[in-house]
Design a protein around this ligand. Structure first.
Ligand SMILES: NC(=O)c1ccc[n+]([C@@H]2O[C@H](COP(=O)([O-])OP(=O)(O)OC[C@H]3O[C@@H](n4cnc5c(N)ncnc54)[C@H](OP(=O)(O)O)[C@@H]3O)[C@@H](O)[C@H]2O)c1
Length: 235
């Protein structure tokens, strides 16, 4: 039996991933920073739920203790993420971005990944087939963001792509440090969720596909990669 935790799984890509992995036979923990939203989401799909705010040390430590007491963890999906916007909903570009904006985006998207991974590492190390999936973005790719004439090049935001580039670096460094684990970064593609006020062009079913696939890797699967549904992406 494979036990899987997904952070930020009460909605969006995380919720769809949870639904699919329950269907595939995993025991799934829906991680949610809000008890009501987490419980409701888990009940809808026959999952467990755990209170988990990725920006809060005490919350993450308590979540790890509770999952450990229930038997441990095989698969960790670092999915919780934010993209800071202006009050009017605009992307925060280079002229407006501040250190505070960077800090709050990194607190969730980067430090959150480290906080959660660090807390659950002891559990993963006890698994027969440990897997970590870091939900990155196509905007993490320096190659893509500098390719003139592409949508990635046209995206003016600073904090979000910088945070996801950091997630890619975390992924390769963790993968080298823990060769017994499958640790990969994935780009779901531009998907209609609350993150982008549902402007994404894919459905959550399409977006979750690569997350679900990489969560089900066996011990011989790739590690330290950055992929979307079609294959490896340029860093
Ligand atoms: N949608 C896209 O086009 C796209 C493309 C590439 C990558 N991604 C990545 O995919 C991941 C999922 O995003 P999404 O599109 O599904 O967005 P979403 O619908 O806004 O879901 C984000 C989830 O993260 C949770 N979250 C935010 N801050 C948290 C915190 N401090 N602790 C715990 N949970 C927290 C949210 O919880 P609340 O409900 O409590 O806010 C929500 O469950 C993100 O990492 C995002 O960067 C998305």
């Amino acid at each position: 039996m494979t036990t899987t935790l997904i952070t930020g799984a009460n909605k969006g890509l995380g919720f769809e991933t949870a639904r699919r992995l329950v269907e595939a036979g995993h025991t799934v923990y829906v991680g949610s920073r809000d008890a009501g939203r987490g419980r409701l989401a888990a009940e809808r799909i026959g999952a467990r739920w755990v209170l988990l705010d990725v920006t809060d040390d005490a919350s993450v430590t308590a979540a790890a203790k509770s999952v450990e007491a229930d038997g441990g963890l095989d698969v960790l999906i670092n999915n919780a993420g934010i993209e800071g916007r202006t009050p009017e909903g605009g992307v925060i570009g280079a002229a407006e971005v501040t250190a505070d904006e960077m800090r709050s985006t990194f607190e969730t998207n980067v430090f959150g990944v480290v906080r959660v991974t660090h807390a659950f590492l002891p559990l993963l190390r006890r698994s027969q087939a440990p897997v970590v999936v870091n939900v990155s973005s196509g905007l993490a790719s320096l190659t893509r963001v500098t390719a003139a004439g592409t949508p990635a090049h046209a995206y003016p935001g600073v904090a979000y792509p910088a945070s996801k580039a950091a997630v890619n670096m975390l992924t390769v460094q963790y993968a080298k440090a823990f060769p017994g684990m499958r640790i990969n970064a994935v780009e779901p593609g531009y998907t209609a969720t609350d993150l982008n006020a549902h402007t994404g062009t894919q459905t959550v079913e399409e977006g979750a596909e690569i997350i679900v696939r990489m969560a089900q890797l066996g011990p011989d699967g790739p590690t330290g990669t950055y992929v979307d549904v079609e294959g490896p992406l340029p860093w």
